[in-house]
Design a protein around this ligand. Structure first.
Ligand code: THU
Length: 135
């Protein structure tokens, strides 16, 4: 199985664990780290609605907790008429750990629906290098 298909399969599998009783919109995400490991996460909603968080955030947190520090690729799985790309907040969270050329594969239960790079999704982004100041 290709790296892409493996990541999509992980996002599909973890989506089945989504806790989304309010929106009923289940999302799964998976990231591949610099060691080639895959980390997956789903959305986790809350009765206090704004306290819920996205699948992409869960996957990134799982990677960091396992000691991963770079994201080489991400896959997102959801079921919708239009491909479900990461929300703005998750794009920024991904930006912390990924380069502009990081692929973001968008899938549903059946197929790959769209393919972007992080740089396309979040152009001219703010990142850790901005905090370094002038050379
Ligand atoms: N959601 C994600 O987990 N990832 C996305 O890319 C879009 C939205 C979640 C948040 C919320 O639990 C539900 O989908 C509806 O917005």
């Amino acid at each position: 199985m290709s790296v892409r298909d493996e990541l999509i399969a992980a996002a599909r599998a973890v989506r089945t664990h989504a806790y989304a009783p309010y929106s009923r919109f289940a999302v799964g995400a998976a990231v591949r780290d610099e060691q080639g490991r895959i980390h997956a996460g789903c959305n986790v909603e809350n009765a206090a609605y704004p306290q819920g968080w996205c699948a992409e955030t869960s996957a990134l947190a799982a990677m960091v907790a396992a000691g991963g520090r770079r994201v080489l690729a991400m896959a997102v799985c959801a079921v919708s008429e239009v491909p479900v790309t990461p929300c703005g907040g998750c794009r920024q969270k991904l930006r912390e750990f990924a380069a502009d050329d990081c692929p973001v594969w968008i899938a549903d239960e059946q197929a790959l629906r769209a393919e972007h790079t992080l740089g396309e999704l979040l152009p001219h982004s703010f990142g850790p290098q901005h905090l370094r100041g002038p050379a």
